[in-house]
Design a protein around this ligand. Sequence first.
Ligand SMILES: Cc1cc2nc3c(=O)[nH]c(=O)nc-3n(C[C@H](O)[C@H](O)[C@H](O)COP(=O)(O)OP(=O)(O)OC[C@H]3O[C@@H](n4cnc5c(N)ncnc54)[C@H](O)[C@@H]3O)c2cc1C
Length: 426
Amino acid sequence: MTIEHIAIRPGDADYDEARTTLTSTAEPTVVLRPMTPEDVAASLRHAATEGLPLAIRSGGHNALGFGNIDGGVVLDLSRLDQVEVLDAGRVRIGAGATWGPAAAALAEHGLAITSGDTVSVGVGGLTQAGGIGWLVRKHGLTIDNLLAAEVVTAAGDVVRASDTENADLFWALRGGAGNFGVVTAFEFQAQPVSAVQFGTITFALDDVAQLVKGWVAAMRDAPDELTTTLVLMPGFGDFPAGAILYVCLDAEDTAALEPLRAIGTVVAEDVSERPYTDVLEEAHPPEGVLPVIGNTLVESVDEPLIDAIATAYAAGGRVVFLRSLGGAFGRVDPAATAFAHRNAEALVVSAAFLSPDSTEDQIAAARSVWRTIGDHGLGSYAGFLGSDTADDIAALWPGETWERLRQVKRAWDPENTFRRNFNVTP
Ligand SMILES: Cc1cc2nc3c(=O)[nH]c(=O)nc-3n(C[C@H](O)[C@H](O)[C@H](O)COP(=O)(O)OP(=O)(O)OC[C@H]3O[C@@H](n4cnc5c(N)ncnc54)[C@H](O)[C@@H]3O)c2cc1C
């Protein structure tokens, strides 16, 4: 089978658009946009025959530009974006769909899948990282709602993975960050969700430590229906410093919000009932800055961690996000999927924004400030990882999970065809 009908090469009208993602611009030899699993298999054969390295792209939002490549083949799955409602809330979604259109298609049936917070993030990449969304405490990670996947393997076979078919592969796809084959479609159990209470509560930022303490205490008592993210914002240009609490409550009774309003001095609030589709936002990548991003899953937001957050925030130029976990996320057996850090009560993400011409020393200094927070964690989340040193990869998967992932890799991709990712070496 030829790949010419799906190929975009330098000089073609679409090439500039095809070589650009939210996070990267590259000079691929060819961008292939398959329309069927058979096209995907032909694309893999083409890359192998030509001896070209490969990048797999769904939404292209990986922070390190893994969905793009210089001098190689980009397999861009954006045409595999169909959303199909099956029966009893089961839905099949093409890996190249993005979460905004997927949510809109599901909303027509009164359904939703907990995914991320952003319209343009790809279903393929987010799902294989895990998927931390606005309903994570009620419905778990995106992978906790995954029933099966259709995969084109390194050998070019089209297989199905589920609890009962190729179960080792299915386990690894859920948290293994895209190492084991090209997923062409996912089958999820969607949930009946229509409107949610969503919005922000803004607090005066006079005492960071007190606010974080109040937030974590309130979230420990919160019902699973409530998921929140506390964002500590430094002053940027015209924007003053402040603490913004994003809340998503999948319940009509808003009483669960009361304890949160009491954690500090509220200066503004815009929480209201909205369709679930409205809670997904457009991406706003910061321009003209070099972001240095770190994240860690923490078992307990305790005093030493809170002190570290307050000190790092006070150093300036850094946004700190605290995303609540627990609830359904924490009730999944750590060995059931390749996402093992199930005892985390929060994900802490920090982004320092440096000048693009920063020196290595300045970047290293920003990373070392991050380490004062990051060292309190259990490990990292692949979705928000901004670097891929050996230490970064070790932080993604604890020892037993790593060994099991390597076994699956040896079975399904022994030549490491799929290596432009947080790589599990065979
Ligand atoms: C603005 C923004 C907001 C975000 N918000 C959230 C959030 O709320 N929650 C959350 O959990 N994450 C979030 N993320 C992180 C996001 O989940 C990861 O960046 C994810 O990898 C993006 O998926 P993608 O398909 O867009 O990326 P891509 O860059 O296309 O892919 C990411 C990785 O997965 C591999 N891959 C992609 N598709 C496939 C496939 N079908 N088969 C095999 N391998 C594949 C790629 O090769 C690459 O290594 C956000 C990221 C951004 C930039």
